[in-house]
Ligand binder design. Structure first.
Ligand code: UD1
Length: 417
């Protein structure tokens, strides 16, 4: 198992071009199988989850290859509608293939996604919505058998919670279904908007993305196109948090500041200086990091759950107390033990963590518990004195392209062993 070894305490300074967004590349990769002709997806991050999505497409009979950061998919030879269990285990977000496979093949068999490191990940909202669109679902021994005896049809769907995954699955099923679909209380995340932009470029008829009401008018066919995946706002936030924690300055290139408003607001409240350009951010830290009172994760446009752990790592060095409340996932404080081992002062009570800032963190040997939790440990290691060893780096590799190279390029002392 690989590990990251960090010698902390160095000021970070320089420029980083931010990678493409994993959470946009994955649903768009699933969407390619709805299209005639070839789709060419540019700016795809080279990550294990993206490779897993390519393997799923290949297994379904599509021709899929990744060269550099470009994924090319030709779905004309697709012949299968089953996603074997090994893929469902490998990548939790493989559930977003369900809507697309149903749209293309009219049926789909797939393993029931279990829980994950963040706690239970139910899909009841996905399944309820698909049933309204004419999907019959039978579950047997953890396998879901989904069929559409009378075809897929549009429906009015109200989501109890603006689930990102459910919104994506409904969109993917609805674009080639007969009739109109309306989703109310839809997720408004920028990655949903990116998926819609891709689908529209392929010929889909959709309006309202980025708002709580999305309308989809089914079309007969979609044709593949060339599309550039949006920048990863969580990766961008991670590099900013690393710089905030170490007291440096940075120019981020290829970012969309508007998508990051809730994150940038928090950095400003922490006494960091943010100067947002059209597709860049200049950022430097003030003398001391300030606490922010209450930091609460919310669906977009609120503060993202994916940025909770990394922001907590930076807040460990603030001169006061921040309450961090996680409202999206039940089990998303698993990084706290590692931060405490490194000298952080954090108390957890249910879904709230009280983070009392300390002057210094110190290096320790820790294990990445999940993707963003591992990134939080990386940030803590960068500002801690001495050596930090992060085991189980594969969690971090699910979301960050060669993180050690990126961080070295701005002055960090970090190697992979
Ligand atoms: C979530 C995040 C997304 C993040 C991703 C990866 C939100 C709203 N979503 O998306 O920003 O990028 O994790 O970390 O912040 N739920 C149900 N039933 C369902 C589906 C979801 O009860 O059928 C509940 C979940 O248990 C959870 C919440 O809704 O509490 C968030 O779910 P959802 O947005 O669907 O999760 P992801 O799509 O994984």
């Amino acid at each position: 198992m690989q590990k990251l070894v960090i010698r902390g305490g160095r000021r970070l300074e320089g420029e980083i071009t931010v990678q493409g967004a994993k959470n946009s590349a994955l649903p768009i990769a699933a969407a390619t199988l709805l299209c005639d002709g070839v789709s060419r997806l540019e700016n795809c991050p080279r990550l294990s989850d993206v490779y897993a999505a390519c393997r799923i497409l290949t297994n379904l009979g599509c021709h899929c290859e990744m060269q550099g950061n470009v994924v090319t998919v030709d779905a004309s030879s697709m012949h299968a509608s089953e996603i074997p269990e090994q893929f469902m285990c490998e990548m939790r977000s493989s559930i977003i293939f369900l809507g697309a496979v149903l749209g293309r093949m009219g049926s789909c068999t797939l393993g029931y996604p279990g829980g994950c490191e963040l706690g239970p990940r139910p899909i009841n909202l996905h399944l309820q919505a698909l049933r309204r669109m004419g999907v019959k679902i039978r579950e047997e021994n953890g396998v879901l058998y989904c069929t559409t005896p009378n075809g897929l049809h549009g429906a009015k769907i109200h989501l109890r919670f603006p689930s990102v995954g459910a919104t994506e699955n409904i969109l993917l099923a609805a674009v080639t279904a007969s009739g109109e679909t309306t989703i109310t209380n839809a997720a408004r995340e920028p990655e949903i908007v990116d998926l819609v932009c891709y689908l529209r470029a392929c010929g889909a008829c959709i309006s309202g993305e980025g708002t709580g009401t999305i309308c989809i008018s089914g079309v007969k066919r979609l044709s593949g196109c060339t599309y550039r995946i949006m920048p990863d706002r969580i990766v961008a936030a991670t590099w900013l948090a690393a710089v905030a924690a170490t007291g440096g300055e940075i120019l981020l290139r290829q970012v969309r500041c508007a998508d990051m408003a809730s994150i940038l607001d928090v950095f400003e409240e922490m006494n960091c200086h943010v100067s947002a350009g059209e597709d860049s951010i200049r950022f430097h830290t003030g003398k001391n990091l300030h606490p922010v009172g209450l930091l609460k994760t919310m669906p977009y446009p609120g503060f993202p759950t994916d940025a909770q752990a990394i922001m907590m790592a930076a807040l460990c060095r603030a001169n006061g107390t921040t309450l961090v409340e996680e409202t999206i996932f039940e089990n998303r404080f698993r990084h706290v033990d590692a931060l405490v081992k490194m000298g952080a002062d954090i108390q957890v009570a249910g879904r709230v963590a009280a983070v009392h800032g300390v002057k210094n963190l110190h290096g320790a040997a820790v294990e990445a518990t999940d993707l963003r939790g591992g990134a939080a440990m990386m940030i803590a290691g960068l500002c801690a004195s001495g050596e930090t060893i992060i085991h189980d780096v594969y969690h971090i590799d699910r979301g960050y392209e060669t993180p050690e190279e990126v961080l070295r390029s701005i002055g960090a002392e970090i190697i992979r062993k």
